[in-house]
Design a protein around this ligand. Structure first.
Ligand SMILES: [Fe+2]
Ligand SMILES: [Fe+2]
Length: 253
């Protein structure tokens, strides 16, 4: 089932009818940029995507994930954790670090202005424009600061170690830099976090949301995602999973 929406350039466009999009109540930016602020409203049904052992921490962080569909994104991305665990079963990986990093990685968006959030989405694919670069960097830096505070306020059982905290905070800071993570050969925990974050762009929810947010037609966006896929992921498994999801998006179009 499809619904027809009007893109920012006034052209009609069909998107999936199960994608519910709303605008924030108090918008302070120019009307020509409102489409950047649409988001999928949170529903507690999305908690089902979060593994049981991380649900309490997710709920603790949730109030800091209320802009830019960060809440639905984080829940959706963590639903792929088990796929990565299966694929990397023979590697020594601290999965608690990966999960906590993922829950925290985008909390920094809550510290940014509507204008910064709008600017961060002014791209037609995955490669960042100069205007999108600054807010993207800021959300990682502010996210690292906020993540440190949230980690210190939550009672973990067993408590997280200094080494775990350091790795989580490094992951939050580097989550949007796949080239640097791959080039510096950072720990697998950081590499997997990058890919779990980036898989969101290829999911049903974000693909159709971004048609509206980025104002690009589905066929064109599909091509842009395909072109950018390789450089957007660190691990071969991340690339394979993204390719499978992209094939599903192609059939939806
Ligand atoms: Fe992010
Ligand atoms: Fe993210």
């Amino acid at each position: 089932m499809l619904q027809v929406i009007t893109l920012p350039n006034c052209e009609p466009c069909r998107i999936h009818s199960d994608i519910k999009l709303v605008l924030p109540e108090n918008i302070t930016i120019d009307g020509s940029q409102w489409h950047y602020l649409v988001y999928i409203p949170w529903d507690n049904k999305y908690l089902d995507w979060v593994p049981e052992e991380y649900k309490d921490f997710f709920k603790f962080v949730l109030p800091n994930l209320k802009v830019r569909t960060t809440d639905v994104h984080t829940a959706k991305s963590i639903s792929f954790l088990k796929d990565f665990q299966k694929n990397f079963a023979n590697e020594k990986i601290n999965w608690r670090v990966v999960a906590l990093s993922l829950i925290l990685h985008d909390c920094g968006w809550s510290q940014l202005t509507q204008q910064e959030i709008a600017s961060s989405l002014g791209v037609k694919g995955l490669k960042l424009s100069p205007e999108a670069m600054m807010p993207k960097q800021t959300h990682a830096i502010k996210g690292q600061e906020l993540a440190k505070r949230l980690l210190s306020e939550y009672q973990f059982d067993p408590p997280i170690t200094i080494a775990e905290q350091d790795l989580i905070l490094k992951s939050v800071l580097y989550h949007d830099k796949p080239q640097e993570v791959a080039g510096a050969n950072l720990p697998l925990e950081v590499q997997i976090l990058v890919d779990l974050d980036h898989i969101w762009s290829f999911t049903h929810e974000n693909f159709w949301q971004d048609i509206v947010r980025k104002g690009v037609k589905p066929e064109e966006y599909l091509q842009n995602l395909q072109a950018d896929l390789d450089s957007y992921f660190v691990t071969d498994f991340g690339k394979k999973l993204a390719q499978e999801l992209l094939s599903k998006r192609a059939t939806e179009i």
